[in-house]
Ligand binder design. Structure first.
Ligand SMILES: *[C@@H]1O[C@H](CO)[C@@H](O)[C@H](O)[C@H]1NC(C)=O
Ligand SMILES: [Zn+2]
Ligand SMILES: [Zn+2]
Length: 284
């Protein structure tokens, strides 16, 4: 068995002074996302320390700034990957703050005033209300936390790029934190779901517990061959290096492949012909 140890230490730090648009909340739950692991180990090269990870955060409002409109003390709220953006560029105007070049990440980043952002592995947090989301009463708070990153990361491509129509066939690669919510969302949308994984022992979880329609072992050439050209889309959640071309081969014409994992090393080089011909060098 492989066990990964990461040592985190308790640390006291000063929060920035909260402003008139800030919502302060007691952190109740916080998910562990693979990005937290990448960031703790500086695998993407932009971590700054001391670092407080956590960007799937659910809490209970304890204080609101004088100009906060949407929240009051006692509300159940959540914060995801970003806590700031310029609010005036084209992306921000289109409600795509996640693409704002001046976005502020929830931790290991700097607010515009130069103070550091700290994430949800903390007892208390604050954020501008624009980046705070309400948690509805009927949603269990512990289950809500992973929706803030894993959830939106998989829901968004399914919806945004139209892979949400009943009867469509979507592949989900990898059955970790992102993969399992991808399966649940896609199934809830009425989509036929095939989980694609290197580990055959994930089949039971995929099919029995999460309701996937079928399971493909990506190392099994015969299974992969039989599935060529059958999928309308693929959500690839794997955050380690892995071959892409076999996945591309599973798509129907005009099928869509979404990479939502963020491996620290670049992925395959693919010749342009490989997209239509299926092999790395462009041959059949
Ligand atoms: C909007 O986001 C895209 C994608 O990240 C980026 O390439 C583009 O520069 C952004 N536009 C502006 C005006 O910042
Ligand atoms: Zn912006
Ligand atoms: Zn995340």
């Amino acid at each position: 068995m492989f066990v990964l140890y990461i040592v985190l230490k308790f640390n006291r730090f000063d929060c920035r002074e909260s402003g008139e648009k800030d919502v302060t909340f007691k952190v109740l739950y916080c998910g562990i996302c693979h990005s937290d692991l990448h960031m703790v180990k500086n695998e993407w090269g932009f971590s700054t320390y001391p670092l407080v990870p956590g960007h799937e955060i659910v809490g209970d409002v304890t204080e609101v700034g004088s100009n906060v409109q949407k929240f009051k003390v006692g509300d159940k709220v959540s914060v995801g990957c970003i806590v700031g953006a310029c609010r005036s560029c084209d992306n921000c105007t289109d409600h795509l703050e996640n693409y704002c070049p001046k976005q502020i990440l929830t931790y290991s980043a700097k607010y515009y005033d130069g103070t550091t952002t700290y994430g949800g592995y903390s007892d208390i947090m604050d954020a501008d209300e624009h980046f705070v989301l309400r948690i509805l009463d009927n949603l269990p708070l512990d289950c809500a936390a992973p929706l803030l990153c894993a959830g939106i990361t998989t829901y968004s491509p399914l919806r945004y790029f139209g892979l949400d129509k009943p009867g469509m066939h979507v592949g989900v690669v990898g059955l970790g934190g992102l993969g399992h919510v991808a399966v649940k969302f896609a199934k809830a949308m009425g989509v036929k779901v095939t989980v694609i994984s290197t580990s055959p022992n994930k089949k039971e979880e995929a099919v029995k517990h999460l309701g996937a329609d079928s399971f493909l072992v990506s190392r099994d050439q015969d299974q992969m061959k039989a599935a060529i050209g059958t999928m309308d889309g693929i959500i690839d959640t794997v955050s380690a290096q892995h071959p892409l071309l076999p996945l591309i081969g599973l798509l129907k014409s005009h099928g869509k492949l979404f990479m939502v994992g963020a491996p620290e090393k670049p992925l395959d080089r693919a010749s342009s012909f490989s997209f239509t011909h299926g092999k790395e060098d462009g041959s059949w």
